[in-house]
Design a protein around this ligand. Structure first.
Ligand code: ADP
Ligand code: MG
Length: 243
């Protein structure tokens, strides 16, 4: 089992789009038993995957350890892909983690379901907080979407430094250029600076996921964006094999 966190200091950089599409790739292209774990109070992954019945309990009860993680898990209609739902109760998650003072609470909760999955992909909230520290401790690899710009690059450097200093560099980190538009000078320059980073193009099909409420692979598998997610996923699998 491998836990993959999709994380950034910043909001609106493509975390959820990456999480949903990579989870689809894991389940469908690599035939992995996959759990997409929505940990963001905005519950965007939960929205993007159409679900049947929603859980009765609010999500924060799982992190309080009042109910088992399995109670939040739903099958998605896509083979081998399950979703652990989020909702607005997670707005208080950071305070909760801080007040309980257990640094590995999230890792422990993940371990209660880990035997049922090969890949757990976490859609993270933004910010460098106690929640992100919990996530970094629990993850084997952290994927960081970076929009090609100096400011996003700075945010990435901060995360990399934080992991190096506070997590002794124990967690692997993989930056991904997101929403790339090669016609833009700034994007071109950022890509030239880090030509080895995987890149996902800016594409309206990615935005359409919110309308369709399904991963790209379900409605536009041959689009250049879907193929870029696929290449990225295959690269992540190779990287996992070396961990
Ligand atoms: N590669 C892309 N091309 C075009 N739009 C994108 C792409 N990736 C994300 N978006 C759009 O950008 C917005 C923010 O993306 P999202 O994945 O929700 O980011 P985050 O989870 O980091 O807040 C959404 O409207 C999404 O549809
Ligand atoms: Mg999001």
């Amino acid at each position: 089992m491998c836990t993959i966190a999709i994380y950034s200091l910043k909001g609106g950089v493509g975390k959820t789009s990456l999480a949903v599409n990579l989870a689809w790739c894991a389940a469908t292209l690599s035939s992995r038993r996959t759990l997409l774990w929505d940990l963001d109070a905005q519950a965007a992954s939960t929205f993007l995957i159409k679900l049947g019945k929603r859980p009765k309990r609010l999500a924060d009860a799982v992190y309080e350890e009042e109910v088992k993680a399995g109670k939040l898990i739903r099958s998605t209609g896509i083979d081998r892909l399950d979703l652990l739902v989020a909702d607005r109760s997670l707005r208080g998650l950071d305070g909760l983690f801080r007040s309980i003072g257990k640094k590995k609470r999230l890792a422990k909760i993940i371990s209660t379901v880990s035997s049922e999955y090969d890949r757990i992909i976490i859609d993270c909230p933004p910010g460098l907080t106690e929640t992100s520290d919990q996530i970094i401790r629990a993850a084997d690899i952290v994927i960081v979407p970076v929009i090609p710009s100096p400011l996003s690059r700075r945010a990435f450097n901060e995360v990399a430094r934080h992991i190096e200093q506070h997590h002794k560099g124990r967690t692997a980190i993989l930056p991904v250029h997101m929403m790339v538009d090669r016609r833009r000078n700034l994007h071109g320059a950022a890509l030239d600076e880090n030509p080895d980073w995987p890149a996902i193009p800016y594409a309206s099909v990615v935005e359409q996921m919110a309308d369709r409420r399904e991963p790209l692979g379900e409605f536009a598998p041959r689009s250049p964006a879907a193929q870029a997610f696929e290449r990225l996923w295959r690269g992540i699998e190779k990287r996992i094999a070396k961990l």
